[in-house]
Ligand binder design. Structure first.
Ligand code: ZN
Length: 63
């Protein structure tokens, strides 16, 4: 099974839109995430904090 690196995405609580975080991970690394992460949202400009439970890996692979 190919282990593809994907962008970690969450749903922006301000706009309801999907937004990519700065993390790019293999599925195995994503499953191992612990704790809380923060990033500046590209949609609304605010800092969002998220946990693995809030996020998922984007399937589409873009360079
Ligand atoms: Zn946002």
């Amino acid at each position: 099974m190919t282990d593809i690196i994907g962008r970690v995405v969450i749903r922006c609580p301000e706009t309801g839109e999907t937004v990519a975080t700065v993390l790019r991970l293999r599925p195995s690394a994503f499953e191992a995430l612990r704790g809380e992460y923060g990033f500046r949202c590209a949609r609304c400009g605010k800092i969002h904090h998220w946990r693995k439970e809030d996020a998922w890996l984007e399937n589409a692979l873009r360079a």
